[in-house]
Write a protein that binds this ligand. Structure first.
Ligand SMILES: NC(=O)c1ccc[n+]([C@@H]2O[C@H](COP(=O)([O-])OP(=O)(O)OC[C@H]3O[C@@H](n4cnc5c(N)ncnc54)[C@H](OP(=O)(O)O)[C@@H]3O)[C@@H](O)[C@H]2O)c1
Length: 197
């Protein structure tokens, strides 16, 4: 099973509290319920982002917004994003609010201080949950300078009050028995193939 599929699955369940039970329950048509939560996948065209979108689509989530460059808009929509916003747009905050309302859950598949983390602080508020794939890249390496990384996601930026922020490492899933069990069960049922259509 691809490492980034495991990362996406584990993070959605463990860090963002999304229920991905198996067997998959009947699709709910209840409006305003769990399936209508506003979920942002930052870096929807990254490999982790594409897996997260496909998993959410498979579980019938229908208020998902992904960030991507315009050249990848169609790709992320095909993966399951209901809305797409260009993270390079000066009005991405307004575009996000107009599309999904108040963002409740964020999976940051990029973990770049200026490229994702700081912009995310501007769109979340009280009650939101944010999961960031570690490390947070504070400064990229160049020929002249070493990279700078931050592992403490709360220290990496100033977060609005009431936002729950968690840093993610793929191997954490091995510590969480329920997740290991869920993943091995789902592997048995080839959910990866089903979820990826
Ligand atoms: N901690 C963990 O457990 C864990 C696990 C897996 C991966 N990671 C980390 O996650 C990062 C992504 O890994 P990956 O393999 O999924 O990457 P990837 O597939 O190489 O993703 C690259 C894509 O990310 C998009 N991107 C770049 N900068 C962006 C930004 N500022 N905002 C939004 N999208 C941006 C670009 O898409 P566009 O062309 O659409 O701009 C680019 O095509 C890496 O830093 C990796 O180390 C961490």
């Amino acid at each position: 099973m691809p490492n980034n599929f495991v990362t996406a699955w584990h993070t959605l369940v463990t860090d963002l509290g999304i229920s991905l039970s198996w067997p998959k329950p009947e699709a709910s048509t209840e409006q305003g319920g769990e399936k209508d939560k506003a979920i942002m996948i930052w870096g929807g065209s990254s490999s982790c982002g594409q897996y997260a979108l496909q998993i959410l689509r498979y579980y019938d989530y229908r208020n998902i917004i992904a960030t991507a460059s315009p050249r990848n808009f169609e790709l992320v929509k095909e993966c399951g994003a209901n809305h797409v916003v260009d993270y390079g747009s000066k009005t991405f905050k307004e575009e996000t609010e107009n599309a999904v309302g108040k963002v409740e859950l964020v999976l940051d598949c990029i973990g770049s201080l200026e490229g994702s983390v700081r912009p995310i602080t501007s769109i979340v508020g009280e009650g939101a949950k944010v999961a960031i794939l570690l490390p947070v890249i504070v400064r990229d390496a160049t020929e002249e300078v070493e990279p700078i990384y931050e592992m403490d996601v709360r220290k990496a930026a100033t977060w609005p009050a009431g936002v729950e922020v968690r840093g993610v490492r793929t191997h954490f899933y091995l510590d969480v028995s329920i997740c290991s069990v869920t993943l091995s069960d789902t592997f048995k049922y080839s959910i990866e193939l089903e979820a990826m259509g």
